[in-house]
Design a protein around this ligand. Structure first.
Ligand code: NAP
Length: 218
């Protein structure tokens, strides 16, 4: 099914692996901001991560495709995994701008933790002019612990930031990876198709393989 897209949500993340917290976030932001479509964009190589600690992009991409299959408003894009080198959001937005055209309004959706570092991202000042950033917060998240530098950046660009609390983000990729290593169930934390895919491909079984250690950034 295709829609005329005037307002596009861009779900940026590593999705290692994707889970219901991500899906609920995307749907909540879509309805809250009246978005026509949300495109999930799995990162190729995030700037702050060791490639050896994340699952190969093709697996993360395919799990995102399986997880989003039944929502006609969700798509998955390969732009970040097909672009060689480190993934910078400025390049993600440029690629999607070429694809969707100059008139479409962009909403970049990601974890509020990740957004707290945006002042240090490549071309940060350009990014906040190009789109609205929506930070999804886990229950209990506050902006109080932000450094003065980050607070100043947020206040100066306040019109470009929104935050939305998503209780379903009590689910985390870190917890899913830990559960797999410990042989515990993933049922009701991510779609069954993703659980089957993980099992079939033997992902996340060993500590330090196919995912950061506990206490890592995911
Ligand atoms: P991350 O450090 O892996 O994640 C930070 C936190 O945000 C984690 O708690 C994570 O939970 C959560 N999270 C990540 N994506 C989410 C989403 N779409 N919705 C809800 N929660 C989310 O962050 P990352 O995945 O590397 O980066 C997030 C996005 O920011 C990516 O698109 C990345 O390319 C972009 N980014 C760009 C730059 C740059 O341009 N310099 C730098 C850093 C990040 P889970 O582990 O459960 O997902």
């Amino acid at each position: 099914m295709s829609f005329e897209v005037r307002k596009l949500g861009i779900m940026g993340g590593t999705f290692d692996p994707i889970h219901y917290g991500h899906l609920v976030t995307a749907e909540a932001v879509r309805t809250e901001f009246d978005l026509d479509q949300v495109v999930f964009v799995p990162s190729g190589l995030p700037p702050h991560k060791d490639p050896a600690t994340i699952t190969p992009p093709q697996h993360r991409y395919l799990m995102a495709v399986l997880a989003t299959l039944t929502n006609p408003h969700f798509e998955v894009s390969r732009v970040d995994i097909d672009r060689p080198g480190v993934t910078y959001t400025v390049d993600t937005l440029a690629d999607l701008r070429r694809e969707y055209g100059p008139e479409v309004e962009f909403y970049f959706i990601t974890g509020a933790d990740a957004l707290a570092e945006i002042f240090s991202w490549k071309n940060a000042e350009e990014l906040v002019r190009e789109c609205t950033f929506v930070g999804a917060t886990r229950p209990g998240f506050t902006l109080e612990h932000l450094s003065p530098e980050v607070e100043e950046f947020y206040h100066r660009n306040a019109a470009s930031f929104r935050f939305i609390e998503v209780p379903a983000l009590a689910i985390s990729s870190t917890d899913l990876r830990r559960r797999i290593r410990e042989g515990r169930s993933l049922r009701y934390l991510t779609p069954e198709e993703v659980v089957f895919y993980i099992k079939k491909n033997g992902l996340y079984r060993k500590t330090g393989e196919n995912g950061p250690e506990e206490g890592g950034t995911a």
